[in-house]
Design a protein around this ligand. Structure first.
Ligand code: PLP
Length: 429
C-alpha cells in the first residue's frame, strides 16, 4: 500500500473499535459505545432504530466524503488532469449527489431519471456524463436540452439518433466492448466481447467515423469492464486497448473498484487503481474513472428488527427480519455475501440463516450467519449496504421502501423519508 494512502488509513480507522476483524466492513468511525451498542457516524444504532424505524439505511456522511477525497487525491497526485466521475447508479439519492458535487466529483448518469436527480442534487449539466446502452430519443433530447457535458454513445443506432436530433458539436465518448474480462461474477462482468454494452472492438473505427460524420465531437473512448475488480492488471490491458483506438484527448475506464462486503475481503486502495489505470495511458491524455460502489457501499449500515427466531432441530435456525429482498436484492441477484451482527451484542455463538419477510424462499440476506443468541426485538446491523441497495429497492409484497438517514458527529438527518401506504396507491388512476 502506498504511504499515506487514504483508503488504507480509512480501513484502519474503521477497524479500530470493532471486534471480529469487521472494522473495515463498517463505516469509518464506527465503534461500540460504552453500552456495547454500535455507533454509526457517532449515533447510537438502537436510538436510530427507535427514531427512524426499521428497516432503514444509515449512512456515515464523513465516510462518503473521506472515500471521495481519497479517490480524487489518488488520481490527481499521479495525473493532475484526471477526473473522478461518481457512478450515481450505485446510490442515486439527491443528498448524496449534492455531497459528491460539493467534493468536486463529476457524475455519471445512466437514465433520464438519474439525469433529473443529478441536476436536482445540484450538479451543473456540464459535469454530467450520460450513459446507457439503450437511451430513448426522449432521454437523448433531455440530455441535449440540459446541455450535458458529454454523452457516452453505445451503438451505431444511437449515433444515428443523435444525428437525427442534429446534435452537432455535442461532445461524446464512444463506449466499446473491449474484450477485457475481469475475474468477477458473470452478472457484473461487462467488458467481454459478448456483451449488450458498447460497440464491438472490431467496429470501433467505423463508430468513430460515423460519429464524426454525424457532426459529433469525439473526445475519446470509454469502457466499463465490470465490478468488484480485485485483480488490477486488467486495467493496464484496458488502458492499452482504449489508447490504441486513436489519439483522442480522453480515456475513460469505468468503475469497478472493489469493496469489502465481508471481513475476508481486502480491496486494493484507490492508489492501486490509479496506478493500474494510468500505467498504460499516455500522459498527454485525460483519464476518467467512474467508481460507484467504492464511494458509498461501506458508508452504510442497514438496520432491521428481528421478528422471529425459528429453530428446526437438526436442520438450522432461521432468523427473520422486517426487510429483505425489497431493500437488498443483491444476495438474490448475485449471491452477494454480507456480514451481520446484533447491534448491541456483537458475537457469533449461534449459527443461523438470516431471512427476510417476503414470500419467496430465496429471500435470504445471509445464508450462513452466526449471531450472538438472536431474539425477537433485536436490532440487526448489516454493513456495506450503501451501493445498489436503495438504488434497487422495490415494493415487493407492497412493502414501503425504507428511509435514508445521514449520520454525522452524533447527529442524524433524514434525507429520504420512508414510503407510506399512500405512496403505494399514488400512481393509481
Ligand atoms: N460506469 C459504468 C458505465 C457502469 O455501468 C458502472 C456499473 O454498472 C459503473 C461505472 C460503476 O461500477 P461500480 O459501482 O462497480 O464502481
Amino acid at each position: 500500500m502506498a504511504a499515506g494512502d487514504s483508503q488504507g488509513a480509512l480501513a484502519d480507522a474503521g477497524a479500530a473499535d470493532l471486534p471480529g476483524g469487521l472494522g473495515h466492513v463498517f463505516p469509518l468511525g464506527s465503534r461500540l459505545n460504552e453500552a456495547g451498542r454500535l455507533e454509526i457516524g457517532g449515533c447510537d444504532s438502537l436510538e436510530l432504530a427507535r427514531e427512524f424505524g426499521t428497516p432503514a439505511y444509515f449512512y456515515a456522511e464523513d465516510d462518503m466524503r473521506a472515500r471521495a477525497r481519497a479517490t480524487v487525491a489518488a488520481f490527481r497526485e499521479r495525473a493532475s488532469g484526471s477526473e473522478v466521475v461518481y457512478a450515481s447508479k450505485a446510490f442515486p439519492c439527491t443528498a448524496a449527489l449534492a455531497l459528491f458535487a460539493e467534493e468536486g466529483l463529476l457524475c455519471d448518469v445512466a437514465s433520464g431519471g438519474e439525469l433529473h436527480l443529478a441536476l436536482r442534487g445540484g450538479y451543473g449539466a456540464e459535469s454530467l456524463y450520460m450513459h446507457g446502452n439503450n437511451k430513448t430519443v426522449a432521454e437523448l433530447r433531455q440530455a441535449l436540452d440540459a446541455e450535458v457535458g458529454c454523452i457516452v454513445v453505445d451503438s451505431f443506432d444511437e449515433i444515428a439518433r443523435l444525428a437525427d436530433l442534429t446534435a452537432d458539436g455535442q461532445r461524446v465518448l464512444i463506449r466499446v466492448a473491449p474484450g477485457v474480462e475481469p475475474d468477477t461474477h458473470a452478472k457484473i462482468a461487462t467488458g467481454q466481447e459478448d456483451s449488450k454494452f458498447g460497440v464491438p472492438l472490431a467496429h470501433a473505427a467505423r463508430a468513430i467515423e460515423a460519429a464524426e460524420g454525424a457532426g459529433l465531437m469525439v473526445l475519446g473512448m470509454h469502457a466499463h469492464i465490470g465490478s468488484q475488480v480485485f485483480d488490477l492488471e486488467v486495467y493496464e490491458t484496458l488502458g492499452e486497448v482504449l489508447s490504441g483506438l486513436g489519439k483522442f484527448p480522453v480515456v475513460s475506464m469505468g468503475g469497478g473498484f472493489a469493496v469489502a462486503y465481508t471481513r475476508d475481503q481486502r480491496p486494493p486502495p484507490p492508489s492501486a487503481y490509479a496506478e493500474a489505470m494510468l500505467s498504460a495511458v499516455p500522459n498527454d491524455r485525460q483519464l476518467l474513472c467512474e467508481p460507484g460502489r467504492s464511494l458509498v457501499a461501506n458508508a452504510c449500515v442497514t438496520l432491521y428488527t428481528v421478528g422471529t427466531v425459528k429453530e428446526i432441530p437438526g436442520v438450522r435456525t432461521y432468523v427473520a427480519v422486517d426487510g429483505g429482498m425489497s431493500d437488498n436484492i443483491r444476495p438474490m441477484l448475485y449471491d452477494a455475501a454480507y456480514e451481520a451482527q446484533i447491534a448491541d451484542r456483537f458475537g457469533e455463538s449461534t449459527p443461523c440463516r438470516i431471512v427476510g419477510m417476503h414470500c419467496e424462499s430465496g429471500d435470504v440476506l445471509v445464508p450462513d450467519a452466526a449471531l450472538a443468541d438472536p431474539r425477537p426485538g433485536d436490532v440487526l446491523a448489516v454493513p456495506a449496504t450503501g451501493a445498489y441497495g436503495h438504488a434497487m429497492a422495490n415494493n415487493y409484497n407492497a412493502v414501503p421502501r425504507p428511509p435514508v438517514v445521514f449520520c454525522r458527529a452524533g447527529d442524524a438527518r433524514l434525507v429520504v423519508r420512508r414510503e407510506t401506504y399512500d405512496d403505494l396507491t399514488a400512481r393509481d388512476v
